[in-house]
Design a protein around this ligand. Structure first.
Ligand SMILES: C[S@@+](CC[C@H](N)C(=O)[O-])C[C@H]1O[C@@H](n2cnc3c(N)ncnc32)[C@H](O)[C@@H]1O
Length: 213
């Protein structure tokens, strides 16, 4: 059967803490997989903020969200023709604010009324894996740690921060180490931290997370 992948485990830890109507953040929108997951998880009553420094990434994310919204509308239209409120009906997505900005600016760009109310912040570090993307545009330890400190301030008590790190990428090893040191140094009175890793694959991505006290 095997253990869950780091990406699936990140989704699980978020889904256990973010509920319908929550405020959540995708700190690295990329291709939009996590943004879509967040928008589905919290539903129309919540709000997702998604950051990326690349317009191309935000465009991919927008396309993914639009495709899902169209699929939901089509499924619901079909369901209401056959039988209103059939079990096959699919829930809607949360509104998503796409921000063409570095995640290190999240405290400035997230609405003040949402500060201290954020239930989850997801980071998936590194570069955009899409075909033809510029792999020199990647997350960097200085800005990543600034963003994580900001995220900690924005989280609600028992809110979660997840970070998938890539020790096998050029530069990713230093970033993974920096994030690991940062999580290890957090006082237990501030947050509980956890590491999910496959020790037989030292170069494979792994997951660090924290739950705010
Ligand atoms: C591994 S990808 C994210 C994958 C994404 N979570 C998904 O589900 O498809 C990393 C992304 O981080 C973005 N990035 C790099 N530096 C950033 C920064 N300072 N703030 C926000 N995003 C950044 C890159 O442009 C890239 O799209």
């Amino acid at each position: 059967m095997g253990f869950l992948s780091v990406l699936t485990m990140a989704h699980r830890w978020v889904a256990e803490r973010a509920e319908p109507g929550s405020i959540v953040v995708d700190a690295t929108a990329g291709g939009g997989v996590d943004t879509l997951f967040l928008a589905r998880t919290i539903g129309p009553g919540g709000h997702v903020y998604a950051f990326d420094v690349q317009e191309a990434a935000l465009e991919l994310t927008r396309e993914r969200l639009d495709a899902e919204a169209a699929a939901v509308a089509a499924a619901n239209a079909q369901g209401s023709e056959r039988q209103p409120a059939s079990p096959g009906r699919r829930g809607g997505l949360a509104p998503v604010t796409l921000l063409h900005a570095g995640h290190e600016r999240m405290a400035e760009l997230i609405a003040p009324e949402h500060h201290g109310r954020v239930r989850a912040v997801m980071f998936n570090l590194g570069y955009l894996p899409a075909e033809g993307s510029d792999r020199d545009v990647m997350t960097r330890p200085e800005t990543t740690l600034g963003a994580m400190n900001a995220a900690l301030g924005l989280l609600a008590p028992r809110g979660v921060l997840t970070a998938v790190v890539y020790p096998g990428h050029d530069g990713g090893d230093l970033e993974a180490a920096a994030v690991g040191e940062w999580t290890a140094a957090l006082p237990a009175s501030v947050a509980q931290t956890v590491l999910y890793r496959f020790p037989q694959k030292p170069d494979a991505p792994y997951l660090l997370a924290l739950e705010k006290r």
